[in-house]
Design a protein around this ligand. Sequence first.
Ligand SMILES: [Zn+2]
Length: 87
Amino acid sequence: MADGGGQHPICAVTGKRIYKRHQAAAKAVGKMQKTARGAAASPNSIYQCDHCGRWHLTSYSPQLTRAIQHDRRERKKTSRKRRRQST
Ligand SMILES: [Zn+2]
């Protein structure tokens, strides 16, 4: 089976494609933006994964990605706390 491609391993934690070099990820982003023509879902930024230490592509900015993850965690916390409103 010569399938071509499949050169990039997948991060077990994020399920995203792993790029060993920032440069390779940047290249991939450029390629995708060319083909996708600014589609909303096309990844446009690169971030370094906390889990595998390699580079992943994301359609959010790194700051936003982090903010979303943080927000999700916070929401879990607060939904539990809400009930306690004495006085
Ligand atoms: Zn990763």
